[in-house]
Design a protein around this ligand. Structure first.
Ligand SMILES: C[S@@+](CC[C@H](N)C(=O)[O-])C[C@H]1O[C@@H](n2cnc3c(N)ncnc32)[C@H](O)[C@@H]1O
Length: 228
């Protein structure tokens, strides 16, 4: 009996270690304040507007005036000005991240810009701590591949969606390279490709609606809150 209990405890421990390591490679640069400062600088790079076409992306998703949007893994809030344009003063953005130093930068920017309808949220690795049944759109840009416990996190995000709310996940194709970039970057940094991420998100209880490409090296997937 004691041997059995020991084996079960070992299996549980191994399982939790494995699930905590799922995105270890992608998250290596986030472990120190210096590393996060470097990431923050790259996230705030003004060239990203040309590279990532945020307005085209938002138009393809169909975000509208008055929508409530959660930007999960917001970083320093690259997408916030573009969402604000789309939702107008009646809408609201919950800008969530697990790194307080990124949110501090966003908070400073928010005060400078006088953004009234942006609320920053320090989430946990699994629980983004968003209000329940509130979001028209939950949006994850270049962040899903950083989630250490993706299934549990997606389940928590599902709870924050309105009944007709949508989850949009935007990420990099693993085997397509970007002009002028290390051709192996995505292969080494992103743990799985689009269809595997799709299967994970469906398994977590969301219903796949459609996928589209707004860039040659990046895809977006749209999911609905399923009734199960
Ligand atoms: C590559 S950055 C992208 C940031 C932002 N979406 C952008 O495009 O500028 C990935 C972000 O995901 C955040 N992140 C990692 N794991 C997370 C989790 N479990 N929940 C929420 N955010 C997470 C990181 O702190 C980081 O800000």
């Amino acid at each position: 009996m004691r041997t059995l209990l020991f084996a079960v405890a070992l299996a549980v421990l191994a399982g939790s270690i494995c699930s905590a390591q799922v995105a270890a490679g992608a998250n290596a640069g986030y472990q120190t304040a210096e590393g996060r400062a470097r990431v923050a600088q790259s996230l705030a790079n003004p060239e990203r507007e040309k590279e990532q076409k945020p307005r085209e992306l938002i138009a393809s998703i169909g975000v509208k005036k008055g929508d409530v949007v959660a930007d999960i893994g917001t970083g320093v809030g690259f997408m916030i000005p573009y969402f604000l344009e789309a939702i107008g003063p009646q809408g609201k953005i919950y800008a969530e991240d697990i790194q307080q130093d990124f949110l501090d930068q966003l908070q400073t920017h928010k005060s400078e810009q006088g953004w009234q309808n942006v609320e920053t949220i320090l989430g946990g690795q699994v629980d983004p701590k968003l209000p329940a049944n509130t979001m028209d759109v939950a949006f994850i840009l270049d962040a899903y591949h950083h989630f250490e416990q993706p299934t549990e996190t997606i389940r928590a995000i599902k709870g924050a969606l309105k009944a007709d709310g949508r989850l949009v996940v935007v990420d990099f194709y693993r085997f397509r390279s970007r002009e002028g970039r290390d051709p192996d970057w995505a292969k080494n940094h992103i743990r799985a490709d689009r269809d595997e991420f799709r299967a994970e998100i469906e398994a977590a209880g969301l219903e796949f609606e459609r996928t589209f490409d707004h860039l040659p090296y990046q895809y977006a997937m749209v999911f609905r809150k399923a009734n199960r």
